[in-house]
Ligand binder design. Structure first.
Ligand code: LLP
Length: 414
């Protein structure tokens, strides 16, 4: 069951692969972020990192929950706009924003542009002058702190394509302060994603606040806003450590308030950008089992009707998930199997070595914690149709994205 709905019935009614989002979990996670940080620090802004998964229905829920949005492209900005999301609550990120994207952000009156590099700063400044606007910006700093996550998901170390590297920080601040076309509101960093430790946040906050103090002393810089990014982990397997949200909130808020007091800085507005931790656990993927192939003494492959096309995370990062066979969750396990997809690649594996009850063609496999970074990274590899998405609540299921069709796949051909 998810959201009061029977997963077997959902699979029957909407087909598989199917992504199911539990509205209650989504809303609860938004509220938890706001209260856990909000009761320790004031003011706090919580932005949802829409790259984890966004569509119009989700944007409406986030808007109702009083969240802001982090977007990284014209597409994500456009979806927010199409959902009527208040643009002043949207922040634009990106290490290589195009002139078109910056122009769109200015036209839409986006809340903050998080400037990543000098090229972007000049481009934005010229554009703002021409349009007679003064966009509020944050500067993205790469603080040289390793959060010990998968290297593809590590962004705040020295060797990173993201943000101003340490040697450029002072020039970034002084140039932005002097630029009459830009309104420098504060600083931003994002260490990476799926961070199971809290110390890297404390370390990075220390580095950035000491720099802010130095800039205040030398150049009169006042940091009104500090954005410490996202990265909050979710537990994908029972082996994953438990890091309560309150631990992240404790460390981040106490580091900011403690150090600001120590360094004589005004308390900035604190901004955080959770993506995975909002949607990850709210989403479940349902697949129909087809072929079961036994290679004696080697492996039993259970193949499902989706795979790397809708969830490339195992192939890309060695990501792990728990799963159950719908309707058989209480049955005893019959040994380890490997869940394979239907794509033409040997790397198309969803789960390696999971204990399941006897599983056969026609069963529905429910894979947990698929809400984040599965659908947005989905592809049409092998000309597969991207899955349908439903939102469930109190026993009701609503289709919020229909399954792709052959017409969808051919409509762009000219
Ligand atoms: N802020 C910025 C600037 C980001 O780049 C990201 C994620 C977030 C916030 C949200 O991070 P989260 O709270 O979701 O960890 N595809 C990878 C994850 C890539 C994350 C990219 N940036 C995966 O499937 O694990």
């Amino acid at each position: 069951m998810i959201g009061g709905c029977d997963t077997l019935k959902l699979a029957q009614e909407f087909g598989t692969p199917l992504y199911v989002f539990d509205e209650f979990t989504l809303r609860t996670r938004c509220a938890e972020f706001k209260t856990e940080f909000g009761r320790r620090y004031d003011p706090v802004t919580v932005l949802y990192a829409s790259k984890a998964f966004i569509n119009r229905a989700l944007a409406l829920i986030l808007e109702e929950e009083g969240m802001g949005l982090d977007v990284v492209s014209a597409g994500e900005m456009g979806i927010a706009r199409a959902a009527g999301f208040p643009m002043e609550r949207v922040f634009l990120h990106g290490n290589n924003k195009s002139a078109g994207e910056l122009e769109m952000a200015l036209e839409l009156g986006i809340g903050r542009i998080v400037v990543d590099n000098f090229h972007e700063m000049s481009l934005l400044s010229d554009m703002a002058r021409q349009k007679g606007k003064t966009p509020a910006i944050l500067l993205r700093l790469s603080p040289g702190v390793d959060p010990h996550t998968h290297r593809y998901n590590t962004t705040g170390i020295i060797d990173s394509k993201f943000g101003f590297s340490l040697f450029a920080w002072e020039e970034a601040v002084t140039r932005a302060m002097k630029d009459p076309n830009l309104d420098l509101a504060g600083l931003h960093f994002h260490l990476g994603s799926l961070i199971f430790e809290v110390e890297p946040y404390r370390e990075a906050i220390g580095v950035v606040l000491k720099f802010a103090e130095e800039m205040k002393r030398k150049h009169g810089f006042e940091m009104a806003e500090l954005d410490t990014g996202g990265g909050f982990a979710v537990r994908y397997t029972v082996e994953d450590p438990v890091v309560p949200l309150s631990d992240y909130a404790d460390v981040i808020t106490s580091a900011v308030s403690g150090l600001c007091r120590e360094l004589g800085l005004f308390l900035p507005r604190l901004i955080i950008e959770p993506g995975r931790a909002i949607v990850g656990q709210a989403g479940m993927a349902l697949y129909r089992v087809g072929v079961v192939k036994d290679i004696p003494n080697v492996r039993r492959y259970v193949s499902v009707d989706g795979g790397m096309g809708d969830n490339i995370r195992h192939a890309l990062y060695g990501a792990k998930h728990e799963a159950v066979v719908a309707g058989k969750a209480a049955e005893p396990n019959a040994g380890k199997v490997t869940i394979a997809g239907k794509y033409c690649e040997s790397g198309d594996i969803l789960i390696t070595d999971i204990d399941l009850p006897p599983t056969c063609a026609g069963d529905v496999l429910a894979v947990a914690d698929c809400g984040a970074y599965c659908l947005p990274m989905a592809s049409n590899y092998n000309a597969a149709f991207k899955p349908a998405v439903v939102l469930v609540r109190d026993g009701q299921a609503r289709l919020i994205r229909r399954r792709e069709t052959l017409e969808d796949l051919t409509r762009y051909d000219v």
